[in-house]
Design a binder for this molecule. Structure first.
Ligand code: ZN
Length: 143
């Protein structure tokens, strides 16, 4: 197996793991921000809930249903942003968007953690919305 093939197999496993065992998939009792978004093309639904305290994302959870990419992306996103400042979160969202546009440097950026497993989505324009919907909901929920 080439190293590219090995990496994409590993990434596939990470995506499936988040899809099957989603992290932070629950409702918050008193969120400070929520946003529900739908992707009608694929049927994805993502509901992001946040608790922002003193400029820090203290809690980030999600609910919803949809394809493995949309749900895994939401799960990865909540893990990544929890405990970060709003400023850091915005920088991460920008980096993630760049990765989905095919930016090779962003696809290697350690700031993106496991979300780098979604870098291959940039080659499938029809699936980009699946990967980005949770992140758009995150931005809206922070406002
Ligand atoms: Zn989808």
């Amino acid at each position: 197996m080439s190293s590219d093939a090995r990496l994409s197999a590993l990434y596939q496993e990470v995506i499936l793991d988040h899809y099957r065992r989603p992290r932070n998939k629950r409702e918050l009792e008193a969120p400070t921000g929520v946003c529900f978004l739908k992707n009608p093309v694929c049927g994805d639904e993502v509901d992001v809930q946040l608790i922002v305290r003193d400029g820090v994302v203290a809690e980030a959870t999600f609910g919803g249903r949809g394809c493995s990419i949309s749900q895994a992306s939401a799960s990865m996103m909540t893990e990544l942003v929890k405990g970060k400042t709003i400023e850091d979160v915005r920088a991460i969202v920008d980096r993630f968007a760049a990765m989905l546009r095919g930016d090779a440097e962003a696809a290697k950026d350690e700031k993106l953690g496991q979300a780098r497993a979604l870098s291959g989505v940039s080659r499938f324009p029809a699936r980009i919305r699946c990967a980005s919907i949770a992140w758009d909901a995150l931005l809206k929920a922070m406002k």
